[in-house]
Design a protein around this ligand. Structure first.
Ligand code: SF4
Length: 449
């Protein structure tokens, strides 16, 4: 696979952490619709819960998340009050008591929360939901602000997985992205986490950042593997200053070009595999002992807003400003402005602002896209049968794969589509053939590589 293919195809396609993707959500899904959907949830449906903490104390210039910089704790504390009230509103709308097996805290920086507030919110959650004994409680952790006492408080709150953003270990790169985080800091925090029984460690690495080169990427991978995380995500920096104005602080002339990005990506992938990690999809890696590596073998890998996951819950409830969740009926996203979010809650209304109700066609395509993204192969006949559709429904979509097939990116064998090993970096492109919304609406996406 060469640079030619990178140049040939328009790789600005969605990451498919949902289908339909968020740009196609509409305002028809509001608090009243969400309340009705919650009330219809069958008893016994296992839940996942996602919490968004949209605060950080300093802006990293590469950041693509929805977050707000705060220098005082008061706004965080106020937000927490609204979050606790939202938990009550949602639990009241459910037709009974439900169990939760996966809890995920993202942001922003969830570790802006003080230890006492972790305890308050986990107590509230256990009061309103049956958090199972084996529940995974995952937190995105900023190592720059963590102390051993703080890690102990996370342990007391029940946290058992931590995701650590690393980006790069090179001081010049760190300076160019306004995130100074020495390797020793990351290493120390991981030691504290393990010492306090938070033994499931994810690390997020980046390529395509200013001043990065292949030598630095190789060193970054080696140092990361020395720390033996259970999972590693490898993200390409998406430079979208028209959407994220703080990215204008990154000088474009310091960014690697497409050919160099490709070299960095392929080097990192080959190095991670050579050092024993199992490639998941195209940008995630799991230690061979990790449950995610096992899920690949058994076809039980899934994809949601956190990327690849072993979480198979049919419903994820999103809490907090801008949080997205899903129910069997469709996707729901909360109000993004903090004021609108808390105003809705304190008026006793669920703060849902947008979403999409899934049609039968959406559900069919969602399953096809998820299997391609997770398994790199799908039998269209099987999925059509499960959804009561004729395979002929997809004739036009399959025809779109002809050029990809001619270039060795995938094969089409009767009703089975398979992404080739060399075609892995293009898996989003293969999945996009089944996206009925692509090209409509306002989606503008980052490059696949
Ligand atoms: S800590 Fe994370 S969420 Fe906050 S600005 Fe940095 S990258 Fe973005």
């Amino acid at each position: 696979m060469t640079n030619d293919l990178i140049n040939k195809y328009d790789l600005r396609v969605p990451r498919y952490t949902s289908y339909p993707t968020a740009p196609h959500f509409n305002e028809g899904v509001n608090g009243a619709v969400y309340k009705k959907w919650l009330s219809e949830l069958p008893q016994g449906t296992p839940l996942s819960l996602y919490f968004h903490i949209p605060f950080c104390d300093e802006m990293c210039w590469f950041c693509g998340c929805y977050t707000k910089i705060v220098k005082r704790y008061d706004p965080v504390k106020e937000y927490l009050g609204a979050l606790l009230a939202e938990i009550d509103l949602v639990a009241d709308a459910l037709p009974g008591r439900f169990s939760a097996k996966h809890l995920h805290w993202g942001g922003g920086s969830p570790t802006m929360l003080k230890g006492e507030d972790w305890l308050a919110i986990m107590t509230k959650l256990r009061d309103r939901f049956d958090v199972t004994d084996d529940a995974e409680v995952a937190v995105e952790l900023d190592p720059r602000t963590a102390t051993e006492d703080y890690v102990r408080e996370l342990q007391l709150a029940g946290v058992n997985r931590a995701s650590i953003g690393v980006q790069s270990y090179e001081p010049k790169v760190q300076e160019a992205i306004n995130r100074i985080q020495p390797y020793e800091t990351t290493k120390q925090v991981i030691e504290w986490l393990r010492a306090h029984d938070i033994t499931r460690i994810n690390m997020d690495l980046m390529y395509g950042l200013p001043f990065q080169d292949t030598a630095e990427i190789e060193r970054m991978v080696d140092l990361t593997v020395d720390l033996q995380p259970n999972r590693i995500a490898l993200f390409g920096y998406a430079h979208v200053p028209w959407m994220k104005s703080h990215q204008k602080l990154i000088k474009e002339e310091t960014l690697p070009d497409a050919a160099e990005r490709w070299k960095q990506f392929t080097l990192a992938v080959e190095r991670l595999k050579a050092l024993g990690y199992v490639q998941i999809g195209f940008d995630h890696f799991a230690h061979p002992d990790d449950s995610m590596a096992n899920a690949v073998e058994t076809g039980e890998l899934h994809r949601n807003f956190q990327g690849y996951t072993t979480d198979s819950a049919p419903a994820m409830l999103g809490f907090g400003a801008s949080a997205i969740g899903y129910l069997p009926q469709g996707y729901v996203q909360n109000e993004q402005p903090l004021k609108a979010y808390s105003q809705a809650i304190y008026s006793g209304v669920l703060p849902a602002a947008r979403g999409i109700e899934l049609s039968a066609d959406d559900k069919l395509r969602r399953d096809i896209i998820e299997r391609i993204m997770c398994d790199l192969t799908v039998d269209l006949a099987d999925v059509c049968k499960a959804h009561d559709f004729e395979v002929s429904t997809l004739t036009d979509d399959v025809a779109k794969l002809a050029p990809l097939s001619a270039d060795g990116i995938c094969t089409v064998d009767d009703t089975r589509i398979t992404v080739s090993e060399d075609g892995r970096p293009f898996v989003r492109l293969v999945a996009s053939a089944f996206d009925a919304y692509l090209g409509s609406g306002q989606g503008r996406h980052s490059k696949a590589v």
